[in-house]
Design a protein. Structure first.
Length: 399
């Protein structure tokens, strides 16, 4: 039997049902502790705490599968967890062809991300998976079979070509796990907007599914407004704004390839290309240039990439977030709206709000909070796992 016995007092996080166990919490280890092995976690007095997957390399030494002493980790375990996750999405999500089916720890499957795409062309369905921890890596065949059984989708593609696997001692890989090679593009409908998605080379699994509700928010408030979408990637918020009746949309990204893709999405939806202007530029510089040129907007979206990958990068991230929010607020007309986001897990919602408040003070403007933003219900949050709330945003109005 594989057993991890914790040092005295180190069981408190597991008692709060936090699913991670760090290396400094372990007093001793027993058994054949191969990478990904299932281990029994005990308090120092021998009391059962959890069953978890073991990683001999990662700082997160174990990730909890279950807090139930009677629940075995076997093929049936993964079948149950995946069926439960799929049932939640079926009940809670509609009106979209792109759904996050598995969201790691929130679905009791730490290190696993699975997205489900339904194309409007040819009824193509596609599952795209990321395995970022050793536990799910060694159970990959069982997981793939359970996904196919639960969804009926036989096309499964892997996008485990992410840097976080380095911390687990896993190679970065991508390729077909079941079924056919994905087509070059999947055309997916979300709320009446069509998005061309490249599951093989696009960011994440091809699309930012987590911003679905926020794209809908922009569409509802874009009517008649001049919109600026910064860090636009393939134009998600830009398309939503045009769908909502924006008077014009300026979109900024430093990837010419992404902008070409975004312009193709304009065509795919039949929107007037004359309403969209695309700037292939560094966003920080472009925001300042727009301000210096006297341009102003009624609605601004700031959705930058992750600025802080760990606690060590928070200070630099805070400066970057303040910089773009300062520029974004200066570009807003009075009464204008700002949707601003952080996807840096190391920057919590409280700190992010303080950063934006500091930017507003430096801009010399009064700003009211209309709402706090995050990912949709297919990205559920566990009360005992605040790290799951990586995406946070503020919906603001300049007074």
């Amino acid at each position: 039997m594989n057993i991890l016995t914790l040092a005295p007092g180190k069981e408190k996080s597991l008692q709060r049902r936090h699913p991670w166990l760090y290396s400094n919490a372990i007093d001793r280890a027993e058994g054949s502790l191969a990478s990904g092995a299932t281990v029994l976690v005990r308090a120092h007095n021998g009391r059962f705490l959890a069953r978890a997957s073991f990683s001999p390399i990662s700082t997160i030494r174990a990730r909890v599968w279950t807090f139930d002493a009677d629940e075995a980790v076997d093929h049936a375990f993964f079948k149950r967890r995946i069926q439960r996750a799929v049932a939640h999405r079926t009940a809670m999500v509609s009106g979209t062809g792109a759904v996050r089916l598995i969201f790691g720890e929130a679905d009791g499957l730490p290190g696993l991300t699975v997205d489900h795409y339904r194309s409007v062309e040819g009824s193509r369905e596609q599952l795209v998976c990321q395995f970022t921890a050793t536990g799910v890596e060694i159970w990959k065949p069982a997981i793939v079979n359970a996904l196919i059984d639960a969804t009926g989708c036989t096309n499964v593609y892997e996008r485990s070509d992410v840097s976080v696997r380095d911390k687990e001692g896993l190679p970065r890989i991508a390729g077909v796990l079941a079924g056919d090679e994905p087509p070059e593009w999947l055309l997916v409908d979300e709320g009446g907007v069509r998005y061309q998605i490249d599951v093989r080379r696009g960011h994440k699994t091809g699309f930012y599914i987590d911003q679905r509700d926020n794209r809908a928010l922009i569409a509802r408030h874009a009517t008649g407004r001049e919109v600026l979408n910064c860090f636009c990637y393939t134009g998600g918020f830009s398309l939503a704004a045009l769908k909502g009746g924006a008077r014009s949309v300026v979109s900024i990204d430093s990837s010419g390839e992404a902008l070409t893709h975004a312009q193709a999405n304009i065509v795919a939806n039949g929107f007037d290309p004359a309403l969209a202007r695309w700037l292939d530029a560094d966003a920080f510089k472009a925001l300042r240039s727009l301000h210096d040129d006297g341009e102003r907007f009624d609605l601004v979206v700031l959705d930058p990439p992750k600025f802080a990958s760990s606690q060590h990068h928070i200070e630099g991230a805070a400066r970057a977030y303040k910089d773009i929010n300062l520029s974004g607020l200066k570009l807003l007309r009075p009464g204008g709206l700002l949707a601003t986001y952080s996807c840096s897990g190391a920057v919590d919602a409280s700190l992010f709000q303080k950063i934006v408040a500091s930017a507003a003070a430096d801009a010399g403007v009064d700003v009211r909070i209309l709402g706090r933003l995050g990912a949709g219900v297919d990205h559920p949050l566990l009360t005992g796992f605040p790290e799951g709330e990586y995406l946070k945003g503020l919906w603001l109005q300049r007074i």
